[in-house]
Write a protein that binds this ligand. Sequence first.
Ligand code: ZN
Length: 287
Amino acid sequence: MKTKRLGGIVTPLILSIAAFFAVCHYQGNIGVGYAQERTAVAPVQNEAQAPDTDESRIADLITAYRICVNEGVLDSFGHISVRSVTNPNHFYMPRAAAPGLITRTDIVELDMNANPILPNAPRTNGERFIHSEVYKARPDVQSIIHAHTMAVIPFSIAGTPLRPVVAQAGFLPLETPVFDSREAYGPDAPERGMLVRSATLGAALAKKLNNNPVVLMRGHGMTVVADSVKRATVQAVYSQIDAQVQLAAMQLNKNIVSMDAKELAYNHIENFDVERPWSNFKNKLPK
Ligand SMILES: [Zn+2]
């Protein structure tokens, strides 16, 4: 009697435990398969969900340097910065050094007067005022690339505006503005140079940039701004591509067809996915 009663309890209990482990095993298999699939097909999505911290921004900044060097946007000069997420009145950019050699130890934190925060900071770039003055003028800007990109320079000296001519450069305005340091110095300046080495010149550049994503600089290069390091990088590369295509087209016919206002207004729908070109540029980096 006693054994029978126990059997009546134990048998369903054993069956329940067995069923529980069978379900766990089955779900485990599904879980492993799903994880493998996500790792295989969507690594970029995981990366995009990383928390936005100063360190994650600095990591993107260093990757952006490598991409811009690899794509030919940055040569021996130029620099990239990112605004601090913990203190929006500070930004990070590397010490004065060749862009291709930048590592984490080169990164310096600066304030909105372009002064390093730490008293023993290494020598910073002479044109750091580009960054401080644009961050001041444009609260929406989180990252800035200043580059001496050869492909865009003809459009800063020939009186022919850079226009959006390739679909992926639809972020450009109908005509990209050109900053001329000669105008910024004024006609009475006893001497003048080409580089943006003061807050006054930086403010004049920010004024010429206005609400645009790119400003060309006469005989010098360009400054590209965006709401993230990734977007600034993608826009810098496509500014270069756009300039190369426009110059090539104008050798065939000076009357080229560029994108119009309606097409530019639609750009945010067609080119929203900055992760795709960013991951492509990353994949092209030397291993
Ligand atoms: Zn420069």
